[in-house]
Structures are given as C-alpha cells and as structure tokens.
Design a protein around this ligand. Sequence first.
Ligand SMILES: *Cc1c(COP(=O)(O)O)cnc(C)c1O
Length: 380
Amino acid sequence: MLPKKKLRIETLAVHAGHSVDVGTGAVTEAIHLSTTFERDADGGYSRGFLYSRNHNPNRNSLEAALAALEGGAAGAAFGSGLAAVTAIFQGLKPGDHVLAPSDIYHGTANVLKHLFAKWNVTASFVDMTDLDVVRQSLLPQTAIVWMETPSNPLLQCVDIAAIAEIAHSHGARAIADNTFASPILQQPLALGCDMVMHATTKYLGGRSDVLGGAVVSRLDDEHFAQLRTAQLFGGAVPSPFDCWLVMRSLPTLPYRMQAHCANAGKIAAFLQSHAKVSAVHYPGLAENAFHAIASRQMSGFGGMLSFEVKGGKDAAMALAANVEIFTRATSLGGVESLIEHRASIEGPTSKTPQGLLRVSVGLEHADDLIDDLTAALSHA
Ligand SMILES: *Cc1c(COP(=O)(O)O)cnc(C)c1O
C-alpha cells in the first residue's frame, strides 16, 4: 500500500497500480492471460474477477496507475486511442453536439464525422485558440467541448482552464486529449476538465510497440459510469499483455519526457536558424504565438514539433528521403525519432501546408539528430 500523503509524480509513476504479488513475492506483475475466473462455492466472486472483458488484473493495475498520474478518481483502458474516443462519445444521445477544435487529430474527426453523425450526434470544428469563437460556437445542445493541446500538426495551444470554464457555464463537459503532452507535462483535470483522454500508443507506451487508449475522469460519476458501460458492453478492451507493456513503460515516463523536451528544444532552435526553413512550430520557442499559454499550463513543451521547408512538397519530400537516423513514419512518442510529411498522409482534403514535416523527437543525442537534419536539408 502506498502512503496516504500526496506523492510526487515520479513516485506515482513507479508505484501507482503496482504491488508486490501476495502469493509469490514477485516484485514485477505477472501477466494474467486467463479469460475466466473461478467462482466461489456459493456462486460469488469474492476475488473480484469474473471474465476478462469485464475486469482483468493487468487492466485494473493500468487503470489505477493512469488515474493516479492524471489526478483523477477513476480510469478506463481501451484497445486503442480511438476506442477510448469512441467510448466517450457513446455516452452521448441523439441530438447532442460536440464542439471540437479545427486542427483536431484527424482520427478523432473521423469518429465524429463518419460514425456518430449518422446517429445524429453532431460536431462543429472551430478555432479554439480564440475564446470568443468558442463562446459563439456553443449550441443549446452542446454536451462536450473537446480540446487537444498542443495540437497536431501545428502545435497550437488552447487555454484549457478558460475553455473548461466556458463549457461549464454552458452546462457542457470539458474533455481534453492529452496525448501530445502526457500527464507529466500537463494535467487537464487540475485545470478544470472533467475527463482526460490518451492514446497510450504514444508517450505512455513509449516504445512504438503497443496500441492502447485510456480515459481518466475527475469524478467517479454518472458520466464515468456511462464510459464504463461502453467499455464493458462494447468490449473494446486492451489485452492483458498490452496493459502490462504500458505499465512497464510508466516508471520511466517522467525522465523520458524531460529528455524528449530537451532534445526538441535544441532541434527547434537549430531549425529556426536554418536558411531553408520558413517556419518552426514549437511552443517552446519564445517567438511562438502559443509560448505564453503553453508556459502557463505546461511544465515542459514536449517532444513534438513541425517545420516548413522553403520549396514546398518536393523540398520536404527530398529532405525526408535523405535522413539516416530519423525514420520516415507516422505516430509519435517512441524512443526513436520519426519524421513525416503530414499533408500526404492526411489525404486530398488536408489543409496542412505541403512543405510541412512533423517530427517526433526521440531519445537519441540531440547533436546526432541535428547533424542528420543538416545533411538532409542540403537535399531540400
Ligand atoms: C494517435 C492519437 C490518437 C489515436 O490513438 P490510436 O491509438 O492510434 O487509436 C488520438 N489522439 C492523438 C492526439 C493521437 O496522437
């Protein structure tokens, strides 16, 4: 049992959700692959487990750990980030409306546009960096105000506390996708959000080897009960092994985030001074339009950045074709640095500038990454 006093996040990352196995003394957790659990002689389930879709020891551990890291009352884990997003919206009813940012993760927009629209849950996508736009876009039936900050791929930041207050004064709930920041750098529940969502696929898993999602709720209330119902009845649950993999990565999360931030800061500064780069999007740069708000609500600026190469798509593709340490791939949050031409993955409707490359800065030495970009930029 952890001491009752408030623990710091590094300690929680190591211990929350973990316990020494009572039966064997094993210091690390076993992986409980069993799908079904023994009933008592009287038909009860005194040990708390019945069937693995409902509850599993590895999933319980992960949910407890994530709830502790985000400072919430309860957590629910899912088989992917978008399964977590879907379960949140499954708590809505026909006629409800979601207010979402225009530069939302395209997968979340797909869930709203292609799955929920036909059940008459509507959504509008607006510029949430302007609080007046947020106020003016609320409808009587707005049930959720969705935030994603920093955003993808322009790293725009929105004022979480101010938007949560606007949502609440309107009777709507405020929910933040905290994937880019991680609970180490930003805590949306403490800033007033009702729920926080993660693609654990990214920084929490941290190794590009497990897909997962999670939601943490500030209160163990009726909305969390609806989410639990979507998880149990809908069944989009993560496997015990996947839960174990994410748990295995959590203790290093605070230190990985420090290193991701330090490396990204150096690379952003290098890119900003390069003659072939026309723009760098990173809230850690003092000149960045979102530097002030990011400084207020984040304890570090993260490992994600994007930049625009002079010469548009051809120059950007030539740069990406010539990297040796960076890997050309989508996704983020792993130990290895990734580089990606966003417009071509987002498809023909994408509004992302054609010269833009998004970078997930990994844990290699910053100077090696800068040397790699220097060489690749000579081809751009
Ligand atoms: C990756 C991602 C998701 C979706 O997670 P999946 O595990 O790929 O389903 C949602 N939001 C953000 C910000 C992401 O980066």
